[in-house]
Design a protein around this ligand. Sequence first.
Ligand code: GLU
Ligand code: ZN
Length: 304
Amino acid sequence: MVVGRFAPSPSGRMHLGNVFSALLAWLSVRAAGGKMVLRIEDLDPDRCRAEYAAQLRDDLLWLGLDWDEEQTPQSQKSADYAAAFENLRARGLVYPCYCSRAQLHAASAPHAADGQAVYAGTCRGLTDAQRAAMTKPPAWRLIVPDEEVSFTDGLQGAYTENLARDCGDFILRRADGVYAYQLAVVHDDAEAGVTQVVRGRDLLGSVPRQMYLQRLLGYPTPEYYHVPLLTAPDGRRLSKRERDLDLGVLREALTPEALVGRLAYFAGLRPTAKPVAARQLAADFSWQRVRRADISVGKPQNCL
Ligand code: GLU
Ligand code: ZN
């Protein structure tokens, strides 16, 4: 059976791009007669708020996007992530990193896929004595191999990355004790039996890291579909920070069917933006018809 998921971060109201990904994730599962899981990704206590999580559930249901099961929110699962982390630490696969933000900036090239820094491995070779002399709590990094990790995305096609060259040893636990998204997401997808991950194309470059963790922890690798990003007229992607077309604004201006109709048109699923219910789209959904290139939504007011 196909098991998919919504994995929103409650760090703000959903914007049009988040809703676009959620619609495609839901359609893919419902068209296959599968099961949908909701997981609130509230790992980062500085950015996430309970009100946003409640609002997310309400916004998804307003759109007609339902789920069959809700997983325990990530903020309540640090014991699970700790167990996975300790497993890797006991195998000598992680090490403490004391680098400051400034040091990381100075010593690294940008990650090929998402612009994040490629870690140069500075702290990998510290001796026990050097570690003992450090006075601040460390972040913990996973040692990555110098080998290619490849997979075929259901929408974007073939993708390959050499973790050592393109990414470097990456963080599993921050210095403040918060576990990293990469670790939490592979743990939780495996726990829920997720077979299919549908999410924004900005996360395509995370897949090799997640596949490597899945291999180390004995978790299966799901299928991946990375959907196009929606962009503003100036080419930047829509974001929560800019409060771009968030659901607060959209819900005041549109019916759920009107909004779903526009999203279906952007996706390439319908020839016009005529209103349609999500449930109707599920009847003839096919990934073959979904566009893979990013989509300019034009002037925000055109969507209202
Ligand atoms: N929580 C992530 C986000 O809101 C999505 C993670 C995922 O789908 O793997 O961007
Ligand atoms: Zn370091």
